[in-house]
Design a binder for this molecule. Structure first.
Ligand SMILES: [Mg+2]
Length: 261
């Protein structure tokens, strides 16, 4: 039986601009041993090529088959729901190019969808326009609901904040496509060509990676090199199958991998 991995990036592979110890060796081992994997990130800002370039700068060599973003999940979802649909986008390159590649037309008036992603280059005037479009009937999609890390100097506001602003102004709740939404959890698995029983998620965040994985019936590994803290794990109604300090500690084959078949 094949077994493969969906791997979160921030807090697992790197922290901001710094490599997490052993992450480069870990990915090299996966590549050398032919273990299928893809990175699965909620950040919709970067294109696959930009993600690949960032990883290369940290000494990790991967190609486009190893990168799956919430922008890609969102674009696939919209093209399935409404082939050749239209969208007004508050977001950056990764989201714009994914939507375009999936045949969604980007418009400035009367869109079918308003799509929100991470970004620093949209204005309050654009947000206001999006609010008016939603009030006029456009469907509101947000690529994820990740909270702000609440650290000075972070590269964006945290999309939970911008989503909340638009929800408050419209009275309409966004539909979330990124982790832990099954939209992304399922399409990432399919992107990698795995079955449910063949899929393990590795992540640092209980509310996204682990919750999403548990809900889909995937195996899950929580690493403590990012957001999750050991002391708070007891508060959650779900738990990961394994907890490690970082990817450096993960040994193969995983105990639940049936290597006989
Ligand atoms: Mg993370």
């Amino acid at each position: 039986m094949r077994q493969g991995l969906l791997i979160d990036m921030d807090g697992v592979i790197y922290s901001g601009e710094e490599l997490i110890f052993g992450a480069d060796k870990f990915i090299k081992k996966l590549t050398d041993d032919g273990i299928p994997f893809t990175f699965m990130t909620n950040n919709s800002q970067r294109t696959s090529l930009e993600v690949i370039r960032k990883l290369k700068g940290l000494g990790i060599k991967v190609d486009k088959s190893h990168v799956y973003t919430s922008a890609m999940a969102t674009a696939k979802f919209l093209s399935d729901q409404s082939p050749n649909g239209t969208a007004y986008v508050l977001g950056e390159g990764g989201l714009l190019s994914s939507l375009h590649e999936h045949g969604i037309t980007l418009v400035n008036t009367d869109p079918e969808y308003v799509v929100l992603g991470e970004g620093r280059n949209f204005t309050l005037e654009m947000v206001q326009r999006a609010v008016d479009m939603i009030l006029a009937g456009a469907k509101f999609i947000t690529t994820n609901r990740d909270p702000s890390p609440k650290k000075p100097g972070w590269n964006n506001l945290g999309i939970a904040a911008t989503t909340a602003m638009i929800e408050e102004a419209t009275g309409i709740k966004a539909f979330v496509t990124g982790k832990p939404s099954p939209v992304m959890m399922r399409s990432a698995r399919k992107f990698l060509g795995l079955e449910t029983s063949e899929t393990t998620v590795i992540g640092d965040t209980m509310e996204t990676d682990i919750q999403g994985g548990v809900q889909m019936g995937y195996k899950t590994i929580l690493v403590l090199s990012g957001i999750a803290k050991k002391e708070t794990l007891g508060h959650y109604a779900f738990k990961p199958d394994m907890i490690t300090s970082s990817v450096d500690e993960i040994k193969f084959p995983l105990t639940w991998w049936n290597t006989k078949k």
